[in-house]
Design a protein around this ligand. Structure first.
Ligand SMILES: Cc1cc2nc3c(=O)[nH]c(=O)nc-3n(C[C@H](O)[C@H](O)[C@H](O)COP(=O)(O)OP(=O)(O)OC[C@H]3O[C@@H](n4cnc5c(N)ncnc54)[C@H](O)[C@@H]3O)c2cc1C
Length: 384
């Protein structure tokens, strides 16, 4: 038997997880809930990937109908259970989608009639202004109110989730360790060998270190996003906010037939935003500041630059949707996630006891907990 660093001869854990982003941590939680001892290995000294650069927006409404939407509903419930135990504040509940065109209002009307519209309310402009005056300064024609979403501050939530897993769930997390190879008996790392009967690899946007051929076979590329933090606007947003542009991007809306007419109008009126993959999400932090984004640029190695022109397109949409001048920008950053043209995630099985799991869309904060539960069920032989 191979010698390993954690226990001399023998296994280091029941399951080794590569990657301590939200997907790796979700797998650690799912393993712990099955009574398995998880060891998480990450090359970085602290969380630095997509999971701490995102909005912390656990999005349900607008996710693609079917598996993605169901995973988002389930993951939202897990966030709800775990957040108070881990000392993670849920800063916002719900989502308001502001439609300022007849075509976008038509998409919302169609959405509200689907199964996914259950629990949501569609308000006309007058009702929106009466109930949510701070959201209606841009005079929306319609407002879809969803109660399903949750929002956490990712840069605090991810470290707290990791600390809670270690303190209360028997999970060990080791950092500054690069995993260089995986086989059926364990992993080879920059800190030696660790053995375990099951291994889950959640490498985020690293396509080359582990299983590069298998990852390439999924047709993945990378997506770079621009993010902004704006100063406190002087009021509290009652929910996260999205706008017309999101209705041709989020598949739960964009796959509705009514989205086609909206796409035509946007191509005419907001071509620059569409060309830069710009849509609007606005969430609010505990100090009142707003996290606002984003844009989408694709490539094997996205450039590291954040052109002002793209940020201006995001801020233009902010002004149009919310009907206020954007408060001053107080921070800017970019993030990268794995992206595939035809799938939101994949789970591959390089061996019966190994799983390679990757979210290939901007949905990992919303779906990771459910994906991890499915992986554990598979590894334990409970699903086909
Ligand atoms: C700007 C931005 C906004 C987003 N907004 C949203 C949103 O609103 N809602 C939503 O649901 N999703 C959103 N997403 C997507 C979401 O953040 C990702 O889907 C999710 O974070 C992916 O999690 P992950 O754990 O796979 O990746 P990561 O967080 O990138 O973690 C991967 C980890 O693996 C480690 N690793 C990789 N290879 C190795 C190796 N060989 N050895 C050791 N360690 C390794 C890395 O160091 C890293 O820590 C957004 C993403 C970005 C970038």
């Amino acid at each position: 038997m191979a010698r390993n660093r954690a226990g001399g001869m023998g296994k280091a854990a029941d399951v080794i997880i590569v990657g301590a982003g939200i997907l790796g941590l979700a797998h650690a939680l799912a393993a712990a809930r099955r009574g398995l001892k998880a060891l998480v290995l990450d090359r970085d000294a602290q969380a630095n990937g997509a999971s701490v650069r995102n909005f912390g927006f656990v999005t349900v409404t607008g996710q693609q109908a079917g598996a993605c939407w169901r995973r988002a509903m389930r993951s939202r419930d897990v966030w709800e259970e775990v957040a108070p135990q881990a000392g993670i504040e849920v800063l916002q509940h719900g989502l308001a989608v502001l439609a300022r065109r007849a075509e976008s209002a038509a998409v919302l009307e169609a959405f509200a009639r689907t199964e996914m519209g259950a629990g949501c309310a569609l308000l006309d402009g007058a009702e929106a202004a009466r109930r949510f005056p701070d959201l209606a300064r841009g005079a929306p024609r319609a407002l879809l109110w969803s109660p399903h979403e949750r929002r956490v501050e990712s840069r605090e939530a991810i470290p707290r989730l990791a600390a809670w897993l270690e303190a209360t769930q028997g999970v060990a997390i080791r950092r500054n360790i690069l995993v260089r190879g995986v086989d059926e008996a364990g992993v080879d790392t920059s800190a030696g060998r660790f053995a375990a009967p099951r291994i889950v690899v959640c490498p985020g946007d690293d396509f080359l270190t582990l299983f590069p051929e298998r990852i390439a076979a999924q047709g993945v590329t990378k997506c770079k996003l621009h993010m902004l933090r704006l100063a406190d606007p002087g009021f509290r947003l009652p929910a996260a906010v999205m706008s017309d542009l999101g209705l041709v991007r989020y598949l739960g809306y964009a796959e509705l037939p009514q989205a086609e007419a909206l796409r035509h109008v946007l191509l005419r009126e907001q071509r620059a935003q569409l060309d830069n993959g710009v849509h609007l999400i606005v969430v609010q932090s505990a100090d009142g500041s707003l996290v606002v984004g984003d844009s989408h640029h694709y490539g094997t190695t996205p450039d590291p630059f954040q052109p002002e022109a793209v940020d201006a397109l995001i801020l233009e949409e902010f002004r149009a949707a919310l009907g206020i001048a954007p408060p001053p920008v107080i921070a800017r950053w970019t993030g990268i996630y794995a992206s595939a043209p035809d799938r939101l995630m994949f789970r591959d099985a390089p061996a019966p006891n190994i799983r390679l799991v990757m979210v290939t869309s901007g949905t990992g904060a919303s779906t990771a907990f459910a994906i991890a539960e499915e992986t554990l069920a598979e590894l334990l032989g409970e699903s086909a």
